[in-house]
Design a protein around this ligand. Structure first.
Ligand code: MN
Length: 382
């Protein structure tokens, strides 16, 4: 399907939010009939993808076939410009991994300059942490600059105030459709039975808050203030032709992390700040693949639910200009990058709009857009 983007929730003026399928800059209204014959109509006349996600793989594929037929038959679409979008599904649990070897190496060097950049566990398991599902927001939602504790270089004691090192993280997330039973791990081979599709993710990060708080338990307030996802979930079924070999893994992972077949995802990605593209990379370079991430997250018997979101971690390539965060692009703020308007950036400024985009051949991923608003101090008016 040329220029297919994916499933989302939209409304037009005076109408209730409902499920649609975006193709190019148009939205096919899935609640409007055409799909109801297969018994799928009701799951689309609601303001969430949740019921559709829970139906499972055969229903997802049946819906896509019908959509394909409607689109090629020239079905009427709602212009994207006339629609407002909503968070497409109820985010259950949110986990963020750390799957890019290049990113983990770059950050290790910056945060622990005197030690091995990769910690001893990194090549043995997909490192991750639990994020805050309640602050996952849809593309277009502004992000208020967070306040918090930071410890300035050389200072003994921390200070409180707005972050001065607000960053973005370019990530690809996958969305769970069918849950699992507690106590029963989800093997890599069952990935497609549980996972519906992917979204672009901006894991906004306050680097100064993060650097002071993260040891020993990992990211907390430096990341929990907001995470943006695209308004459109791209089904895995539309990405079949973009599944490619992932980078070789050395050492060979433990048996529960081994995967049959290829699981790299050839998705071209870019980051734009204030209308200038500052980074281009590709998700195919990720060391840990999505089936490995899910198998690891459930190997202890933890169950998954419809709407759980698992993000890859920052996607960075090995070349200059392919890093998925400002802390890497600017080498910890020491080498500012130039923007098209003649200004430079080390980290994000108030008013900056960040846009993440992805393309996989004929398929476009939904973009992730967000503008930074000034900090609001606790106790301040408004
Ligand atoms: Mn992240």
């Amino acid at each position: 399907m040329r220029d297919a983007v994916g499933f989302g929730v939209f409304a037009t003026e005076g109408t209730a939010p409902r499920v649609g399928f975006r193709v190019g800059d148009g939205i096919l209204d899935l609640s409007a009939g055409g799909l109801s014959a297969g018994g799928l109509g009701d799951v689309f006349a609601v303001p969430s993808l949740d019921p559709f996600l829970a139906l499972g793989r055969s229903a997802w594929e049946e819906a896509l076939e019908r959509i394909d037929a409607l689109v090629s038959g020239g079905a009427e679409v709602v212009p994207l410009a006339e629609a407002t979008v909503h968070l497409p599904f109820t985010v259950g649990d949110y986990v963020d991994f750390y799957s890019s070897l290049e990113h983990a190496t770059n950050l290790g060097r910056l945060f622990r300059p005197d030690a091995e950049p990769l910690l001893p566990n990194w090549r043995h398991l997909p490192v991750g942490y639990h994020g805050r599902a309640g602050t996952v927001v849809v593309s277009g939602t502004p992000v208020v600059r967070p306040c918090g504790q930071t410890r300035p270089p050389g200072a003994e004691a921390p200070v409180f105030g707005p972050t001065r090192r607000l960053d973005l993280e370019l990530e690809l997330g996958f969305v769970v459709g069918v849950g699992s039973e507690r106590g029963v791990p989800v093997p890599t081979a069952a990935f497609r039975e549980h996972v519906f599709g992917v979204v672009l993710v901006n894991d906004w990060s306050a680097r100064d808050i993060q650097a002071w708080e993260y040891q020993p338990l990992g990211p907390f307030l430096g990341k929990s203030f907001a995470t943006s996802i695209s308004a459109w979930v791209t089904p895995l079924a539309l990405l079949e032709s973009r599944i490619v070999p992932a980078p070789p893994q050395d050492p060979e992972p433990l048996p529960y992390l081994r995967v049959e077949g290829d699981w790299g995802l050839d998705v071209e990605l870019e980051v734009e700040i204030a209308r200038t593209v500052v980074s281009r990379t590709n998700a195919r370079g990720l060391y840990w693949t999505m089936p490995q991430q899910l198998a690891h997250a459930t190997v202890n018997g933890a169950s998954i639910r419809t709407g759980d979101l698992f993000a890859s971690g920052t996607i960075s390539g090995s070349e200059r200009g392919s890093e998925g965060s400002l802390i890497e692009l600017t080498r910890n703020g020491e080498h500012p990058i130039g923007l098209g308007d003649g200004t430079t950036r080390t980290f994000l400024e108030d008013g900056d709009e960040v846009v993440l985009r992805g393309r996989a051949g004929d398929v476009r991923l939904g973009e992730v857009r967000g503008t930074v608003l000034p900090a609001r101090f606790p106790g301040s008016a408004e």
